[in-house]
Structure formats: structure tokens, C-alpha cells
Design a protein around this ligand. Sequence first.
Ligand code: FPP
Length: 248
Amino acid sequence: MTQSDHAIMPRHVVIIMDGNGRWAKKRGLPRIAGHKAGVNSLRKIVQQCAKNNIGVLTVYAFSSENWKRPETEVSHLLKLFISSLQKEIDDLHKNNVNLRFIGDCTAFPQSLQASINAAHELTRDNIGLKLNVAINYGGRWDITEASKKIATDIKSGELAVEQVDEKFMASLMCLSDLPEPDLFIRTGGERRISNFLLWQIAYTELYFCDCLWPDFDESEFEIALQWFASRERRFGGITEQVENAGRP
Ligand code: FPP
């Protein structure tokens, strides 16, 4: 990328890592082989984000709807999360990555919850890339949880209806302490949001590509970053305002 392109790097990238199953099928392999290859892609993209000084990367590893998959695939996926975490955590920590999981983790086996908590504890003070992994996450779940909290606080008298505005609502959603996503990437050819970060991506640039996730490498990521750099982000305003003010 050129010097000026670097000036418009996204601060926060979110990714739906789609296409693992098809990647495996094309090779006559079981679907889990595609997910394993997907972990390798994720490692490369984490490194690229750190190299490019992208502050935050959020990936969708398991949606609230993924429980509908065959039991064997769900079980293989959960095992892969545990083994990948155990394998990668020291390297992530050494590289100053701050790892966080978002979603309803209480639904997972105790062993996975323990690995998640340990990873969180170990990396909580790291000041490098913030890597958020969404598991058993859904945008509708996120909004529902925030609404439940508001309803409970109003009922108990701790909160007045007049205090509820967009800013307050946003403060109750996952990732509220981080910049909103600038760039959303979905690999694997589908043009859908699939219940990912519905609230948070209101003004995010949406990038869809046909490349299957295990094939998404540094050069594919570079193409997505170049595309992002070419976007004019008006946030509801007009071109002249953007030219005068730059990023809000
Ligand atoms: C979607 O592809 C992919 C998933 C549901 C799983 C993604 C998980 C990983 C890449 C592992 C991440 C690991 C850690 C520890 C964060 P798909 O199965 O829907 O592919 P298809 O559309 O080709 O069937």
C-alpha cells in the first residue's frame, strides 16, 4: 500500500470467515479440515492486522445459529476452539495481543469456558491488537440483552425512560469500549450480514468476496484494505464536509 493509503487504514475490522466447508469439500476432505485450515488463515490475518497497526479485529467463529449444524460438526468445532486456543495463546500473548470473547459463553462446556477465561486473564493488560472472537454470538442476542438490562433498570427505578437514548443503548452492547467497525469483510461468496454485530455496523463499509476463508491470505486482505481506502465515508453528511473534516 502507498503512504497515503496507510493514512486511511481501518481502526476496526470485522470478519465473517465463511467457506471452510466448501473448501474442504472441493478437496474431498471432511468439513472439519476446512475449519482447521481456517485457523491458519486467521493466524495470518491477525499478523497482518498487527503489522498494519489496525487496532481491533473481531471475527465470527460461531454464531447463535450454528448450533443447528450436525452434532458432530458442532462438537469438532468446540474441540478445535479449545485446541487452537491452547496452541496459539502463548504466541498471541508474546505478541501483545489482547484476546476477548464475545457472546453467550455459558452455553459451552466447562473446559472451553475455562480456556476462554484463562486466555482473557493472561492477555487482559496487553496493549497490542485487540482480537475479539465472537462465539455463540448474535446481533439480535446482543440487542436483546441490552434491552433486558434497560427494562430491568427501569422496573427497579434505577433508570428513567428519558435517560435511554442511542448513546446509552450503545454503551450496553458488546464492544462498546472500542471504535465502531470501519470495515466488514465476508468471504465465501454470500452477501449477507447473518446476524453479526447488527447494531455496531450501522456505518461500516461492507466488503464481500468470493474467496473461501482458508484461501483468504495476505494478498486478499490487502485487496480488501485497498478497497476500503478508496471508499468515501460520509456518515450521513455530504462529500464537501468529508473533504474538509476527514474522519469524525
Ligand atoms: C463458516 O464456514 C465458518 C465457521 C462457522 C467456523 C469458523 C471458525 C474458525 C475459522 C476457527 C476459529 C478458531 C478460533 C480459535 C477462533 P462454513 O462452515 O459455513 O463454510 P461453508 O459455507 O463452505 O459450509
